[in-house]
Design a protein around this ligand. Structure first.
Ligand code: CUK
Ligand code: CUA
Length: 622
């Protein structure tokens, strides 16, 4: 890479707007067009009644904090799964279990989903997600599409650069975006270089208990870590991360963090660190086992890379990693084998912040010139050795050959894409059928809904030599990344397992009962079409009377073990609602501090007599 290219990059950013306008014009012309071509595209995305989409697309819900699920190729949204944010529609964050899991937070910033892997392939059991807003990691159980665990991570400053999983989901890795003093301590910005740290969290996940454990954390120089990936096959013990702000800027980052011609890719051997942690070689920092890889020979290396890269992605064969320049209009292909050789021969080019630097020319395989496309961000792959790069500034996807760097196709997106997601794109065996560009800007694609437009997603058929744009779909803010998983890998349950021994569950309406313990009232009730039963023996089994100030526990079991019969449970005027899916037991706890008569009603339409599915909460005044 030379200075000229970097200059082009800067000029590119400045002229980006102009280029976008050119592409918009192209789009309008292309669109004027060909009725026969449009018919064939429509047929490719049409899923007739009785059939289903071939793929699930799990898309981040950005600062909604939630997971969006789409069908591909129809691009129909199937479901919002609440993850980091309360959801009144399902009562997520209202019932006891989910309320505890959310820990009082009311927002999250979900950037990157990662489906659990076995042998480098999606196994479809769980999906992990990062919360950049409040330093959390979450797991969604893909048998129920319910969030099963959320863990808060200490010492982090916005875990943006994950999540990504190692080949057998040994670890869910999350590098931090903002450097910050450890343990949330105070330190002046003048102390940035000494006191601020970058951190990578390495969490494990137990599939039986469906819970996380923070295995260890890696402390790093106060650079900003950006989109990262785990090795595969020959590189499986490594993770690679791009960095920016190697300038240590603490203000006006848009200028001050773009000074250096080069930033770094950091490669870390997690296997080495795992062994060291097992040997007790760590410090306890704020409840985390903190290891400094600079104390472990062979555990960490830096490789210079074109300035301010945004992402690095490992090829499906695990042999190369590709960084995208963002401010330098090129993609750089690096070789793991070459990196390993440089490491073996101790061929270092000095140190940066005590990290041995591998010489760029010893690790690089090639620089790929995207022939004028600008703003490369993220790379995806197909099954034929091609890479696909999103180009944020020139609003397009560029298809090129990983082996030779030859650019094969460029297709406009509508508009500015962040990530793209290819079918099975992060696995050792991508499908090569579809790619979806996740765009930040929709401009005039859809009916106007005011000054803020929806985000958009472009579906392309990539099975041929040239990409074919099929459809643009709107989306709520804001998909950053998505994974597209073949439907055969997802095995959703039809109903919750009926576990007779489950705490607080009641499986027959005759067993419904109310137990009082001092000022606690426990209702062990059932929901079925089309009634609630709280106390089988009472004159009015669907009424509950408590005293003002009592703490009320509604332990509700949905005993309708039938597909898709979900009941809701709303208490009028008490700001409370939750749901109970078939075979599920949920508990809602609250203080009945308001005296009066409050209707209870099923909020989820469940039968022709759904309207009759109601009862009363009577709160006697003190
Ligand atoms: S980031 Cu959004 S476009 Cu959070 Cu994955 Cu690159
Ligand atoms: Cu039960 Cu509506």
């Amino acid at each position: 890479m030379n200075m000229q290219r970097i200059l082009y990059g800067v000029v590119g950013v400045l002229t980006g707007l102009l280029v976008s306008i050119v592409f918009f014009a192209d789009f309008n012309q292309a669109n004027a067009g060909d009725a026969a071509a449009n018919k064939s595209k429509a047929e490719k995305v049409y899923v007739p009644y009785g059939e289903q989409d071939e793929y699930y697309m799990f898309a981040s819900g950005g600062h909604s904090g939630q997971l969006f699920v789409y069908g591909v190729p129809s691009m129909r949204k199937i479901r919002t799964v609440p993850v980091f944010t309360p959801d009144p529609a399902t009562g997520y964050g209202f019932d006891d279990k989910t309320k505890e899991m959310l820990g009082g937070y009311s927002w999250g910033d979900f950037h990157h989903p990662a489906v659990s892997e076995t042998g480098g392939d999606y196994d479809g059991e769980f999906l992990f997600a990062n919360d950049v807003g409040n330093n959390r990691v979450a797991a969604v159980d893909l048998s129920t599409f319910h969030t099963s665990d959320i863990m808060s991570l200490p010492n982090m400053g916005g875990p943006h650069a994950g999540v990504f999983v190692t080949e057998n989901t040994e670890y869910i890795a999350m590098p931090t975006r903002f450097a910050r003093p450890l343990a949330g301590e105070y330190a002046e910005l003048d102390k940035y270089e000494e006191d601020y740290k970058g951190v990578v969290s390495m969490t494990t996940f137990d599939r039986k208990s469906k819970k996380f454990d923070l295995a260890y954390q890696i402390v790093l120089p106060p650079w900003s870590y950006d989109l990262s990936d785990a090795g595969k096959k020959m590189s499986k013990d490594w993770i690679v991360m791009t960095t920016y702000n190697t300038e240590f800027a603490t203000t006006n980052l848009e200028i001050n963090a773009s000074q250096n011609d080069r930033d770094y890719i950091v490669m870390i051997n997690w296997k080495r660190l795992e062994d060291e942690v097992a040997n007790g070689n760590y410090n306890d920092v704020n409840g985390a086992k903190m290891i400094d890889p600079r104390d472990v020979p062979g555990a960490i290396f830096a490789i210079p890379v074109a300035k301010s890269p945004h992402g690095v992605d490992v090829t499906p064969d695990g042999e190369r990693f590709i960084a995208s320049g963002k401010l330098a209009p090129l993609m750089t292909v690096f070789s793991f084998e070459k990196a390993f050789e440089a490491i073996k021969s101790k061929d270092f080019k000095g140190e940066e912040f005590d990290i041995p630097v591998l010489p760029y020319e010893k690790v690089v395989e090639r620089e790929v010139d995207p022939e004028g496309a600008l703003g490369p961000l993220h790379t995806q792959f197909d099954d034929k050795g091609h890479a696909y790069n999103t180009m944020f500034i020139s609003s397009e996807i560029v298809k090129w050959k990983v082996d030779s760097g030859e650019v094969i196709d460029r297709k406009p997106t509508y508009y500015s894409p962040g990530h793209a997601s290819a079918a099975e794109g992060d696995t050792i065996e991508p499908d090569g059928k579809y790619i979806v560009a996740l765009n930040k800007i929709a401009k005039d694609n859809f009916l106007s809904v005011g000054p803020s437009h929806p985000e958009s997603m472009d579906l392309f058929d990539i099975s041929g030599d040239k990409m074919e744009h099929l459809i643009t779909a709107p989306t709520d803010p804001e998909p950053h990344y998505a994974q597209i998983v073949h439907r055969d890998k997802i095995k959703p349950k039809k109903i919750y397992d009926k576990d007779e021994s489950r705490e607080n569950s009641v499986w027959s309406q005759d067993d419904a009962r109310i137990e009082r313990k001092g000022d606690e009232v426990h209702v062990y009730g059932i929901a079925m079409r089309s009634k609630f039963v709280f106390d089988a023996k009472a004159e009015r089994p669907d009424a509950v009377t408590v005293k003002q100030g009592d703490t009320v526990y509604f332990h509700m079991t949905n005993i309708d073990l039938d597909q898709d019969i979900t009941h809701g449970f709303g208490i009028n005027d008490y700001d409370l609602n939750f749901e109970i899916q078939p075979g599920q037991t949920n508990t809602l706890t609250f203080k009945a501090d308001k005296a009066g008569t409050f209707p209870i009603y099923c909020t989820n339409f469940c039968s022709a007599l759904h309207q009759e599915m109601s009862g009363y909460l009577l709160v006697e005044p003190k």
